[in-house]
Design a binder for this molecule. Structure first.
Ligand code: S3P
Length: 429
């Protein structure tokens, strides 16, 4: 529960950084590396707390995983070599570990109990438990298995055809993983395409999948084959510095080797629409993941409306975009984002409370938030609520707020961006 004291920045941010590896891709690299036969080397892995929980989970199943810095080597003989864990498995704060591994564990011939921290224990698991039960999964817990802790009695699963009622890549991915380990063809459709890292990685580990619009089908029983993975910089982490550059006059920042998967780049579309001075130089594609450098310079921006199909493409960036909106010209409306209420915190209320503590006026709505622009911020004593993205939002707000800001529970930032303050300092020098 560390407090960090922050001062407004004296000058524009400048320089070039590569943010740590993408959280979603890092989790999946471990899951797929463990399910595959052979040796998978992962480079530029995110060593944030959440992804370490995924490593721990597979180590508990007996998989050999060596981690040195941001390189991880997974040496596995595939799922038939997994052993029944003798202790409960701790998912910490990680929703992605919890949802995706429920899909895997439901199909293994073991009894496994899983639990999480106080925040994860309040987040809904029924969005994966209900469809997994339709596949034959036996998962038990409080309130019909809605919340962790959960006990899983692994079963041979059968295939599923399912339309996800929530716009969630975690749900889609859990069911595709369950489907990969089940008998027959599993077909998952969604209203709006959510992030597709699972689909990209299934293909790069040698599985054949069928993607048609917003429907993905996978044949059960395919054996994955190890492959090396380079994890692009996480655009959700880059987002904090993209916005910082738009907030602090005189800034010019380059974010190199950033993931540009178009199921994740909603923030770039919004920044363009707000008038940002930005160039994108896409120069690589690794295992289906597009990669490039983003250059962004300070320029005053105009307000916008963020809602509809773009929401899943920028769901994790809404806290930092809400901060940006306080400085734009005009009122910004964020809507259709009720999913924010089911994140590490109720992020609609956490965003509103945080901006208010900086003296801003905002109005929360059931599915979003309305933010008048051109507001001046004053230094605040603000807590991250244990939510990494709220913590980083507070740190970026402090750069333009008048006076000192004290960020409480700054440690939460280690969940997704352990080197956040180092990178911030590098851009301030
Ligand atoms: C993630 C999907 C999103 C996102 C989370 C990571 C993933 O969650 O917010 O940070 O890796 O699949 P939902 O699937 O709940 O929207």
């Amino acid at each position: 529960m560390t407090d960090v004291r922050l001062q407004p920045t004296a000058k524009g941010l400048s320089g070039s950084i590569t943010v740590p590896g993408d959280k979603s891709v890092s989790h999946r690299s471990i899951i797929f590396g463990a399910l595959a036969k052979g040796k998978t080397t992962v480079r530029h892995f995110l060593t944030g707390e959440d992804c370490l929980r995924t490593i721990d989970a597979f180590r508990a199943l007996g998989v050999s995983i060596e981690q040195g810095g941001d390189t991880v080597i997974i040496d596995s003989a595939g799922k038939d070599s997994f052993k029944e864990p003798t202790v409960p498995i701790y998912f910490g704060n990680s929703g992605t570990t919890a949802r995706l591994l429920l899909g895997v564990f439901a199909a293994l011939p073991f009894h496994i109990t899983v639990y999480g921290d106080a925040s994860l224990t309040k987040r809904p698991m029924d969005r994966v438990v209900i469809p997994l039960r339709q596949m034959g999964a036996k998962i038990n817990g409080r309130e019909q298995g809605k919340y962790l802790p959960l006990a899983i009695d692994g079963q041979k699963l059968s295939a599923l055809t399912y339309h996800t009622p929530v716009k969630s890549a975690q749900v889609k991915s859990a069911l595709l993983l369950g489907g990969l380990l089940a008998d027959g063809e599993t077909r998952i459709s969604e209203d709006v395409k959510t992030r597709d890292h699972t689909e990209q990685m299934l293909e790069s580990f040698g599985a054949s999948i069928d993607v048609a619009g917003t429907t993905v089908a996978v044949q059960g029983g395919q054996q994955l084959v190890a492959t090396d993975v380079y994890v692009p910089g996480d655009i959700s982490s880059a987002a904090f510095f993209l916005v910082a550059a738009c907030l602090v006059p005189g800034s010019e920042v380059v974010l190199t080797n950033t993931g540009l998967n178009d199921t994740r780049t909603g923030i770039l579309d919004v920044l363009k629409q707000m008038g940002a001075d930005m160039e994108i130089n896409e120069h690589d594609i690794q295992a289906g993941e597009r990669i490039g450098d983003i250059t962004i310079r300070y320029r005053p921006l105009k307000s916008t409306e963020i809602g509809g199909d773009i929401i899943p493409r920028l769901i994790d960036e809404l806290p930092i975009l809400a901060l940006l909106a306080t400085q734009a010209d005009g009122e910004t409306i964020i809507k259709d984002a009720e999913e924010l209420r089911y994140k590490e915190t109720d992020r609609i209320e956490a965003i509103a409370a945080t901006l208010r503590s900086f003296g801003a006026e905002v109005e929360s709505t059931p599915d979003g938030i309305r933010i008048p622009g051109n507001q001046s911020l004053k230094g605040a004593t603000a807590d991250s609520f244990g939510d990494h993205r709220i913590g980083m939002m507070i740190a970026i707000a402090s750069l333009i707020a008048k006076g000192e800001t004290i960020l409480g529970d700054a440690d939460s930032i280690n969940i997704s961006y352990p080197t956040f303050f180092e990178d911030l300092r590098a851009l301030q020098n």
